[in-house]
Ligand binder design. Structure first.
Ligand SMILES: Cc1cc2nc3c(=O)[nH]c(=O)nc-3n(C[C@H](O)[C@H](O)[C@H](O)COP(=O)(O)OP(=O)(O)OC[C@H]3O[C@@H](n4cnc5c(N)ncnc54)[C@H](O)[C@@H]3O)c2cc1C
Length: 452
């Protein structure tokens, strides 16, 4: 039996960040992090192990990030949590008695039960698991035709990377456009064009009915129209679910989607001062709609983890987590797509009265440099008060940081009118021109519509 001040369960993005923040906020506390795997992958780098990177060895999260600040790492698995006794039992037979417990249990990919053939050999998911992914890379190396099911950003990135390695890749998406949860149609269509240009086959607006097999192995997929696409391997990119079994067993409350219920300080509900949950296993509430949400991102996970770590012993009303603004970006070759907050389609579906506006300029000035790229910014704002609710960007490599800036505008409830007087720094090689800055120009388009 071992007594520790703070026990972190999970070594992914949220466990790592929660341990580091806790240790830096409360340096006198002993912080121990327990995780299952010897080596942790940088999750967002996983798609790139199939093409750009040379396998998983180039995508390892360094333990030094933890050990250099005094966090101890234990490789083991928590199999039982006794909340009343403040105790966690491990697979190896250790018992940790914790002062504070941080649950950072993460998520696992779904393999839908309704999908006939999902159990066949050569049907893969993308878990954050080095051993599984090493075996997968080995197995697919003797295949040629791969179907990826699901065109969220993971499916898109994995398809593009497999395509780089000369597999014949077909990406299948049931929705009208790819990336449809995060981008409005016009952005999804541009992403489709770029993927096609690069050689990925796309089936959009049609679902997979079943995976067909021969001798226990994948032979192809059958679309809902009956059309058959031959394949040697299938990658399921159909979503992730919170990994909360051990929490449920301990009677820690889960919400209707299986996430651990938390308050805005990430403390477990109802009313635990000593257990927090962060990252993919923790309850999410959409910043704009205020509804429960299932978006799982490393960036959100780390923001929650910082909130939990800072508030672990003493609550600060300045530091709650006020909801998930799904902010992320992705790249298809030299073309990038970024999104923050709500899309126009979702805003309308949710009954928000909104005005949207877009502007396309260039991301350098002049716009004829070798690395210049078109930059389109779309903003979605509340029609009554002008509050910015969402933004989408298409452009070059500055897209990610511009999207992050839009996310912060949303988080701080900035209105579109404030953008008209926004002071910006511009530089010919790095940004659009001060007179044609797409973010401000998009705001001008909207303000004009508001006056009509
Ligand atoms: C292919 C891919 C690409 C992605 N790309 C991006 C991206 O570009 N940007 C972005 O923001 N997000 C991205 N994500 C999402 C991001 O990876 C997750 O949101 C993030 O990993 C969540 O971190 P986490 O720590 O909550 O969970 P996880 O990363 O799932 O980590 C959970 C940890 O808990 C451990 N654990 C679980 N149960 C136990 C137990 N009982 N005992 C001990 N240890 C346990 C696991 O071993 C693991 O170490 C991507 C995800 C995938 C799969």
């Amino acid at each position: 039996m071992r007594k520790v001040d703070v026990l972190v369960v999970g070594g992914g993005a949220s466990g790592l960040q929660a341990a580091i923040t806790t240790k830096s906020t409360y340096p006198e506390k002993e912080v121990v992090l327990v995780r299952k795997e010897q080596q942790v992958l940088i999750p967002c780098g996983i798609p790139y192990i199939f093409g750009t990177l040379n396998g998983t060895d180039q995508d390892i999260l360094s333990d030094k990030l933890l050990t250099s600040v005094g966090v101890e790492i234990v490789i083991d698995e928590i199999v039982d949590i006794k909340v009343d006794e403040h105790a966690c039992h491990t697979k190896e037979g250790e018992v940790f008695i914790y002062g504070k417990l941080i649950l950072a249990l993460g998520s696992i990919p779904t393999r839908p039960k309704w999908l006939k053939g999902a159990e066949l050999d050569n049907v893969f998911t993308i878990p954050k698991n080095k051993v599984y992914l090493d075996a997968m890379i080995k197995k697919i190396s003797s295949t040629k035709r791969i179907v990826v099911i699901g065109a969220g950003f993971i499916g898109v990135e994995v398809s593009d990377e497999l395509n780089k390695k000369d597999f014949e890749v077909t990406l299948v998406e049931i929705e009208k456009t790819i990336l449809s949860k995060a981008f409005d149609e016009e952005f999804g269509k541009i992403a489709e064009e770029h993927l096609r240009e690069r050689g990925v086959n796309l089936v959009v607006g049609e679902g997979v009915a079943e995976i067909s097999g021969k001798d226990g192995k994948v032979a192809g997929i059958i679309l809902s129209s009956g059309k058959k696409i031959p394949a040697d391997a299938v990658v399921l990119s159909m979503g992730y679910v919170p990994n909360t079994e051990v929490a449920a067993k301990a009677q820690i409350e889960l919400n209707e989607f299986g996430f651990i219920r938390t308050c805005e300080y990430m403390r477990v509900l109802p009313c635990s001062n000593d257990i927090v949950a962060v990252g993919d296993c923790a309850e999410k509430r959409d910043f704009v709609t205020r509804k429960l949400d299932r978006t799982m991102l490393a960036s959100t996970a780390c923001a929650e983890a910082r909130t939990a770590g800072m508030n672990l012993y003493t609550l600060s009303p300045c530091k709650p987590f006020t909801g998930t603004i799904a902010i992320y970006s992705t790249a298809i070759g030299d073309h990038a797509f970024g999104t923050a907050g709500i899309t126009e389609a979702r805003a309308i579906q949710e009954d928000f009265a909104i005005i949207s506006g877009s502007f396309t300029g260039m991301d350098t000035h002049p716009g004829n440099l070798s690395h210049s790229h078109k930059q389109t910014v779309k903003l979605i704002v509340a029609a009554d008060c002008g509050m910015i609710l969402g933004g989408e960007v298409y452009g070059g490599f500055s897209t990610g940081e511009l999207t992050n800036a839009i996310g912060f505008l949303i988080q701080n409830r900035v209105t579109v009118k404030a953008l008209l007087t926004m002071q910006i720094g511009t530089q010919p090689l790095l940004t659009g021109s001060p007179a044609g800055y797409p973010l401000i120009k998009a705001a001008e388009v909207i303000v004009k519509k508001m006056r009509l």
